[in-house]
Design a protein around this ligand. Structure first.
Ligand SMILES: NC(=O)c1ccc[n+]([C@@H]2O[C@H](COP(=O)([O-])OP(=O)(O)OC[C@H]3O[C@@H](n4cnc5c(N)ncnc54)[C@H](OP(=O)(O)O)[C@@H]3O)[C@@H](O)[C@H]2O)c1
Length: 385
């Protein structure tokens, strides 16, 4: 009998919320290390005849912050249940982090709930350790922007509790100030009375100067407008909205959220841009990842044939990989994708998503292929309207 996963269970397991220097020559030649003058960039671009380009060191604004046009996600760093994390992986993760930093990536997403069981907070801890041990110039680490997320635990009911949560994250990250403090999810769907406490928590962190900017995650357009308006009355700018956004998750809700964000000057951060790995092309029904992802992939992958075959065709025609095309699509849609990485190879490959752009025909064809696919990603159970 085939095992099936209910959408709610799948949404919970795959929601990214708790259920409880190596530098490779290939990359260095394409992405020379830090401190590039714009003249150097122009020269490199001209010689490669690429354009219009976005390089990791061509930063984009998120509120007051300047970040690379793609960040990296660190949900897997500490998560044994879904991602098979082991502490023996830490050196590889550190190599991956160093490689990213040396090649201009300065944006990393984490959460205070990342890390399962006794490893809770491990993702933040590892980021803190890797930043402090980075074997490169100080100005590189000074420009790192960490976006962490604060879980809407039922016992976090006062601004003081959020301030304390923020101080614990600062300790784990070994920094004085967090780049973006984000609410991990809204409680509007199941505990609406708690919602205001979350909003006041963000205000308190901002007023105490513990975060440079504030953002939300898993907020739909309606709830986003509400929090935006509330924060405005409190004098706190909302800089970002993180949402599941990919070729597998590009429904009307995502597009409406993007429009609302554009009209309010809020950046959309695209999480799970590779559909948890399904858009990389390396999985099919006979080659599945270990752990609970296999259950989900077994259900979804057979319905993705039109999209995956078109993704493969574009990738081949462009000399790119399917992951690079999928990430580039998110950038073309005006979002900042944060693919999850856990190896040097992931970083190397995902860096190749930058420096070029899909053309409008390719984008349209990819989207039609996505629409023609009978399966989509399950949505986060905490996602609001
Ligand atoms: N706000 C939220 O509620 C929320 C929810 C989910 C995620 N997020 C954030 O978004 C980040 C990214 O999302 P995600 O990790 O869920 O999914 P994702 O980015 O869609 O997929 C990441 C996985 O794909 C595989 N991969 C990555 N690059 C690859 C490459 N170049 N080639 C082949 N495989 C590659 C890796 O897993 P394998 O090699 O094992 O296949 C990796 O762990 C998270 O780390 C987290 O920071 C936030």
């Amino acid at each position: 009998m085939a095992l099936t996963l209910s959408p709610v269970l799948a949404g919970a397991v795959f929601s990214g919320v708790p259920s409880s220097c190596l530098r490779r020559s290939a990359i260095s030649s394409l992405h020379p290390p830090q401190r590039h003058s714009s003249t150097t960039n122009r020269t490199v671009r001209a010689s490669l005849r690429l354009g219009p380009l976005i390089w990791p060191w061509d930063k984009v604004k998120v509120g007051p912050l300047s970040v690379s046009p793609m960040g990296f996600g660190t949900w897997a760093w500490g998560n044994q249940l879904l991602w098979g994390y082991q502490e023996s992986m830490d050196m590889v993760l550190q190599d991956a982090f160093n490689l990213a930093l040396k090649n201009g990536i300065n944006f990393f997403d984490t959460a205070d709930s990342y890390g399962t069981g006794r490893l809770n907070g491990q993702s933040e801890k590892l980021l803190g350790k890797f930043i402090s041990e980075f074997p490169g110039p100080m100005n590189v680490t000074e420009n790192v922007v960490i976006a962490t997320k604060f879980a809407a635990y039922p016992w976090r009911l006062t601004p003081g509790q959020f301030v304390n949560a923020c101080k614990s994250s600062l300790d784990r990250l070994q920094v004085d100030k967090i780049g973006i403090g984000q609410l991990h999810w809204s409680t509007a769907n199941y505990a609406p009375l708690q919602e205001k406490a979350l909003w006041d928590g963000l205000v308190a962190m901002y007023e105490k100067d513990l975060v440079q900017a504030v953002g939300v995650s898993n907020y739909g357009p309606k709830q986003l407008i509400k929090i935006h308006d509330y924060l405005t009355t409190r004098g706190v700018p909302l800089c970002s909205a993180q949402v599941q956004f990919s070729l597998l998750s590009m429904g009307p809700e995502q597009m409406e959220l993007k429009q609302v964000c554009d009209s309010l000057g809020i950046r959309v951060i695209a999480y799970s841009p590779l559909g948890l790995g399904m858009l990389t092309g390396k999985y099919n029904t006979s080659t599945l990842p270990r752990g609970p992802r296999a259950l989900l992939f077994r259900q979804i992958l057979p319905g993705l044939a039109p999209l995956l075959s078109f993704l493969r065709r574009i990738a081949q025609a462009r000399g790119k990989t399917m992951s690079q095309v999928a990430i580039n699509w998110c950038i073309c849609k005006g979002t900042i994708p944060i693919p999850g990485i856990k190896s040097v190879k992931h970083v190397e490959e995902n860096l190749g998503s930058l420096g070029w752009r899909l053309n409008s025909d390719e984008i349209l064809e990819l989207e039609s292929a996505a629409q023609a696919s009978t399966k989509k990603m399950v949505q986060n159970i905490f996602q609001t309207a």
